[in-house]
Design a protein around this ligand. Structure first.
Ligand code: 5AD
Ligand code: SF4
Length: 441
């Protein structure tokens, strides 16, 4: 098959914010190579899925999508299908050998600059092409992402991960940790301000281990905070094991660093935390939370939890319940343990907590969190908050605009007179576990 004259591409993204950011990089790289991005796979020469393999359900979603795409491929629309992202690295053998999948090209997270070549070589030869090499240096700092709308800009400040939590596939799919130079991050933030963005979220698998040109994460945050015109800075995710205390102070001192931390706990029992290789204890986590709340007034804190890690007993699970009850996170993402190929947990620990027990545990934690989130949200009733407007309607109500307060909680306000991207003061009048409602004051 020859290379089509007008090359069109279509891209779907699964998984985390880092993947969203990577898709923006891929758009820039392919646009420079002459591709035009379209909104439907049926009008594309090349269809790409930027994939996630953090849990099995993310994997399955992509397999199903590939099969559906294959069925919709016709002689009139014979698009090529490519797999990008974390699944690409993690299941390279299956993807390459499973002929029924009919994947045409595969690119891992460090190979996106090679995409134009991979695709065109495949068109010329009709063969599968792939590049899954993980780099110790690639940070894509020379690629400016193609962002589409929205009021928040993601910026990856580092890539990869060296932590090796035993459940986690990321060090295997994204490779060694490397940080981007602070100057290049600051330049990107300045350019974003020129484009009209006022909020940025700095991304890294563990932002606390950011280090480049004698600058640590707090140093980088300070430089970003100094950029004129930047009003809200968020970041995700830090690791409780090495959360620097001077970072808390910086957050307290700077108005434009949001008083919000996503602090992944994962489990509340010390034996399980050790098996997870998290390298902190429940007691250390309590201390960190206390210090964070003491230093930063009105701090909002969210977390990630895994239930049913191998060998987790009922009593050990109860400790996670207790920690969540005591800490009172504003919200929590709670997952059932999902065994991932290549991880230490998969090699060493049998996935022995029965599915029904995992379900029971996740339901209990979700029920608890609902009550806690409602309480935390109700405590905000009567406050006057600064809301950054994100959208002028909700799915259910065309009269309500949505936005977020500094703590990242969703707030609905009447949309009359509102504009996307503006900041507006609202008095909070109602609360549910997931959302606040307010009137513009
Ligand atoms: N099983 C379940 N949850 C996982 N996470 C990461 N790996 C797994 C796994 N194997 C969760 C962690 C992490 C979040 C991004 O996904 O809670 O913080
Ligand atoms: Fe993101 Fe992890 Fe999923 Fe990769 S595996 S897309 S890093 S959540």
């Amino acid at each position: 098959m020859s290379i089509p004259k007008t090359k069109t591409a279509y891209l779907e993204t699964y998984g985390c914010q880092m993947n969203e950011y990577d898709s923006e990089l891929v758009k820039t790289i392919l646009t420079k190579a002459g591709y035009e991005f379209v909104l439907s796979p049926n009008t594309a020469d090349v269809v790409m899925l930027n994939t996630c393999s953090v849990r099995d359900n993310a994997n399955r979603k992509v397999y199903n999508r590939v099969h559906t795409l294959r069925q919709s491929r016709t002689t009139e629309a014979p698009f090529k299908v490519g797999i990008l992202g974390c699944m690409a690295t993690n299941i390279r053998k299956d993807l390459l050998e499973d002929r029924s999948l009919k994947i045409d090209f595969i690119a891992g997270p460090d190979s996106y600059k090679k995409l134009p070549d991979l695709i065109s070589t495949g068109f010329e030869s009709g063969e599968k092409t792939f590049n899954l090499t993980l780099s110790e240096f690639e940070t894509y700092s020379d690629v400016y992402p193609t962002r589409e709308g929205g009021v928040n800009a993601w910026i990856a400040i580092m890539r990869g991960c060296n932590n090796y939590c035993t459940f986690c596939v990321v060090p295997h799919t994204r490779g060694r940790e490397r940080s981007r130079e602070p100057e290049s991050v600051v330049d990107e933030v300045k350019r974003l301000v020129d484009e009209g963005f006022t909020q940025v979220t700095l991304l890294g698998q563990n932002v606390n281990s950011y280090h480049a040109n004698d600058t640590d994460f707090a140093g980088l945050l300070e430089k970003v905070s100094d950029v004129p015109g930047i009003k809200r800075i968020r970041y995700t995710s830090p690791h409780p094991k090495d959360f620097p205390r001077h970072l808390l102070q910086l957050m307290a001192d700077r108005d434009n660093i949001c008083n919000q931390i996503h602090m992944p706990l994962q489990a509340g029992n010390n034996r399980v935390l050790e098996m997870m290789n998290r390298t902190y204890t429940k007691e250390e986590f309590y201390d960190l939370v206390a210090e964070a709340r003491e230093t930063i007034p009105n701090l909002k804190m969210t977390t990630d939890i895994i239930v049913g890690f191998p060998t987790e007993t009922d009593a050990e699970f109860e400790e996670t319940f207790e920690v969540m009850e005591r800490v009172e996170f504003d919200s929590a993402y709670i997952f059932k343990y999902s065994e991932r190929k290549n991880t230490l947990a998969a090699r060493k620990f049998p996935d022995d907590v029965p599915e029904a027990m995992k379900t029971e545990r996740i339901v209990r934690l979700n029920d608890l969190q609902k009550i806690v989130s409602l309480k935390r949200n109700q405590a905000q009733i009567g406050e006057v908050q600064d809301i950054l407007i994100e959208s002028l309607s909700t799915k259910r109500d065309t009269n309500m605009a949505t936005g977020r307060n500094a703590g990242n909680v969703l707030v609905l306000v009447p949309n009359e007179g509102r504009r996307v991207g503006e900041y507006t003061n609202a008095t909070i009048t109602e609360a549910t576990p997931n959302v606040l409602r307010g009137i513009v004051s």
